[in-house]
Design a protein around this ligand. Structure first.
Ligand SMILES: CC(C)(COP(=O)(O)OP(=O)(O)OC[C@H]1O[C@@H](n2cnc3c(N)ncnc32)[C@H](O)[C@@H]1OP(=O)(O)O)[C@@H](O)C(=O)NCCC(=O)NCCS
Length: 172
């Protein structure tokens, strides 16, 4: 597979299939890589389909499709509040194992940056410090590390530090 075979499009709340596709990949992500996300499978697996559909309306959730199969997702949202509205965030990045190491992650981050550029000046994200592959991906695409939150997440008695990263979208 090459990244050229991938179609990136927004998942839509009102589409007949998208909410269920999003629910399935989101729950898979939380089960497969619990250390990578702030939320948990236990919490989100209790939610009805309508909750996942609403997220597609509230945020911009991009899906990466290969042969009509959803293989990856990432979300973008502008920050809340007048004084923060010049900043946006990238969250929930996940590529199914079968589609990894072929540029899908890169395509998703590039697509998020392209739409963020039309709405905000800066895009931010957090990534667990041990997640070197994701950190490398973001760094390659111009995200700079600007901070570290020690013990940002705690699960099962274990703490995880998070690296704060941002990409300046003005004057690129
Ligand atoms: C992190 C993650 C999103 C990366 O997705 P991906 O689709 O594998 O990303 P890419 O393919 O763009 O890049 C990954 C690697 O494949 C390499 N690659 C890309 N295209 C390639 C190709 N055609 N042939 C060989 N290698 C390739 C990249 O150079 C990169 O190498 P590196 O790890 O040495 O830096 C994915 O591993 C994942 O979902 N992980 C679990 C969840 C997670 O950690 N999410 C991030 C939360 S912040």
């Amino acid at each position: 597979m090459s990244a050229d075979d991938i179609e990136i499009r927004r998942l839509a709340r009102d589409d007949p299939a998208d909410p269920a596709l999003y629910q399935a990949i989101r729950l898979e992500a939380l089960q497969a890589n619990p250390e990578a996300f702030g939320s948990t499978f236990d919490v989100e697996s209790e939610k009805p389909l309508s909750w996942f559909a609403d997220r597609l309306g509230d945020w911009t959730v991009l899906g990466a499709f290969r042969n009509a199969q959803l293989v990856g997702v990432a979300y973008f949202a502008v920050q809340q509040g007048q004084k923060r509205a010049h900043k946006g965030g990238l969250w929930g990045m996940y590529v199914r194992p079968v589609a990894r190491k072929a540029g899908v992650g890169r395509r998703l981050v590039e697509a998020i940056c392209d739409l963020a550029r039309q709405q905000v000046e800066l895009i931010q994200l957090t990534v667990v410090r041990d997640n070197e592959q994701a950190r490398r991906l973001y760094a390659r695409l111009g995200f700079l590390e600007y901070g570290l939150e020690k013990n940002a997440l705690k699960q099962g008695g274990r703490y995880y530090d998070e690296v704060l990263m941002a990409k300046d979208l003005v004057g690129e």
